[in-house]
Design a protein around this ligand. Structure first.
Ligand code: ADP
Length: 569
């Protein structure tokens, strides 16, 4: 049965019950009221008339008027005959009154008239008693019927009250719960109601919706799984190791190359907390701790040494970091080429050194008068050749140094040295050059400086390089400051050396490249005969000794080159 019909029937039934209850009550109330009315009309009036007649008989004064009152009430009584036998008694009363009127002196008639009136009174009083009993009985019946229909109404309403709300609310509750399940992505949820009402239609629609959502989810899931597989395959087929982490550093994926170099099975990696695995895996530990740097990582895997650069890509969604991906670029090939080039340079430089030295010697001999006199033009040419061969020797020397550092063949004679020793070495080497430009040199060394652990020759070479650049890029009569002081250092105390000039300075856009090999600031001094190797070698020398190198410069204000070395504890 439809809910609408059920509600209509329920309300209709209640309505009918109310109508029945009201009808029964009205019927019996009417019956009771009629009974009372009848008593009043039929019997009470007769009692009143007879009482008036008896009262009229009692009055001795003004007989005429008493008789008139008697007659008036007699007429009323004659018109109010309601009971069986009342007509005869009233007629008898009328006849006797006629006798009285004919003979007013007959006192016996008075007495008889009184008796007749009492007889009528009694008849009516009996009738009142009888009718009252009937009314009482009617009232009882009314009470009984009203009570029965009331109880019936109560029982039916109570049954409706108990059943009807539950019949409506139970399916609604079930529907609410099912919708909640759908919201929680449980698309398998279905609704089944008994009967054929609107809730059943609702359940059908709900089930259809859930089924469609389920199918959509399944197809979407299949699509997502397919896409996931495709991305996994792409990542797995990439030549470079890739490892993905979530924002809590749990490993999300690692391609075959990554598992190969980490030497760990994929199942042991994926889904695990990376720092936990790093405890037993050196390479992963290195990957998690080292900075995003261009410095190549040497990794031994598959029976050979490979070089990688690490790149970390932060994954951000809706401005929230949701993880990161570590990419390792395999640069082994370039590294091998670089090494071949370095070896080649080293060989060439080494091979060139001897002929250049012999050219220098020959030039020296040429200048000797014993070999023969040279005219001024020839002398000029010899001077130029000497300068050029000196320059060539410097270049080959620098190239050799660089090759040594790059191949790791650098021989460091580390020893504890006073910083002042290195500074005075550099100052002496450049004193003449500085003098030529009338450059004022100011050396400021902090008192009681600790010694530094370094290779004196190479460190002095760096300071000389800084100093010679400062002289070269300073105008005449300028000032150069060399400072040396103690700093806290990241791990342990260090000593910092700085060379400050007040020359043209270096544009910030060129500064990051300044320590690269063969780099020279564009449009720099055309008379500069440098190679662009000095600062690159300086960097390698300092870093090989566990120090760091840096620069602070502003165009037009000058530059400060600096390096730090670990202090002796
Ligand atoms: P070079 O042999 O060319 O001097 P360096 O490696 O020593 O090679 O220097 C690289 C470049 O850095 C130089 O060519 C120059 O342009 C710039 N440079 C170095 N020092 C200074 C300085 N004190 N002031 C301005 N420019 C400098």
């Amino acid at each position: 049965m439809r809910i609408k019909t059920k509600i209509t029937l329920g309300i209709g039934l209640l309505f009918t019950l109310i109508v029945v209850l009201v009808s029964i009550s009205t019927y019996y109330l009417d019956a009771l009221s009629n009974a009372t009315k009848k008593i009043l009309e039929a019997n009470y009036n007769s009692l009143e008339y007879t009482q008036n007649m008896v009262a009229a008989l009692e009055r001795t004064e003004d007989r005429e008027q008493s008789l008139a009152v008697f007659e008036k009430n007699l007429i009323k009584q004659q018109n109010n005959i309601t009971e069986i036998g009342e007509a005869e008694l009233t007629q008898k009363l009328g006849e006797r009154f006629a006798q009285l009127k004919a003979n007013q002196k007959d006192t016996a008639i008075y007495h008889k008239l009184r008796i007749d009136n009492y007889a009528i009174m009694k008849l009516n009083m009996d009738a009142i008693a009888r009718k009252s009993a009937v009314a009482t009985q009617t009232a009882k019946t009314a009470t009984m019927w009203v009570a029965i229909s009331g109880v019936l109404c109560f029982l039916i309403s109570f049954t409706l009250l108990l059943n009807f709300p539950a019949r409506i609310s139970t399916p609604i509750q079930e529907l609410t719960e099912s919708i909640r399940q759908i919201a929680d992505k449980n698309y398998r949820k279905r609704l089944h109601f008994q009967g054929k009402d609107e809730f059943n239609d609702l359940a059908d629609s709900f089930n259809t919706m859930a089924e469609k959502l389920d199918r959509y989810e399944q197809s979407n899931l299949a699509k997502i799984i397919f896409e996931k597989k495709r991305i996994e395959t792409i990542i797995n087929n990439m030549k470079y190791p890739i490892i993905g982490f979530d924002e809590k550093r749990y490993i999300l994926f690692a391609n075959t190359e990554a598992t190969k170099i980490l030497n760990i099975e994929s199942a042991k990696l994926i889904g695990n907390y990376a720092p936990d695995i790093a405890l037993h895996n050196d390479l992963l530990r290195r990957l998690l701790t080292i900075e995003n740097t261009q410095a190549p990582l040497k990794i031994y895997s598959d029976g050979k040494e490979s070089y990688f650069t690490k790149e970390v890509v932060q994954i951000v969604a809706d401005l929230q970091p949701i993880g990161e991906v570590i990419l390792l670029n395999n640069i082994t090939e370039y590294k091998e080429l670089d090494l071949a080039k370095t070896n080649f340079i080293a060989t060439i430089s080494h091979e060139l050194k001897t002929p250049i030295s012999s050219i220098k010697l020959s030039l020296k001999l040429l200048e000797d008068a014993r070999v023969g006199t040279v005219n001024p033009e020839q002398q000029k040419l010899i001077e130029t050749m000497k300068d050029e061969s000196q320059r060539l020797l410097k270049i080959t020397g620098e190239l050799l140094d660089l090759a040594q550092v790059e191949t790791g063949n650098i021989q460091l004679q580390k020893q504890s040295t006073m910083p002042e020793t290195i500074i005075s070495y550099a100052c002496n080497a450049l004193a003449f050059q500085a003098q030529q430009k009338n450059i004022h040199l100011e050396v400021i060394c902090e008192e009681e400086l600790p010694n530094v652990v370094c290779d004196i020759e190479k460190t002095a070479w760096v300071l000389v390089n800084f100093f010679s650049n400062a002289v070269r890029y300073s105008p005449e009569d300028a000032k150069i400051n060399i400072r040396c002081y103690r700093i806290a250092g990241v791990v342990s105390p260090e000593v910092q050396f700085t060379v400050q000039d007040y020359g043209r300075g270096i544009d910030p856009k060129y500064q990051p490249k300044i320590f690269e090999k063969f780099y020279q600031v564009p449009n720099s001094d055309t008379t500069n005969t440098g190679t662009g190797l000095g600062l690159a070698i300086s960097k390698e020398f300092i870093e090989a000794q566990g120090g760091s190198i840096g620069l602070v410069s502003e165009v037009g204000m000058g530059s400060t080159f600096m390096f730090t070395l670990p202090a002796v504890a």
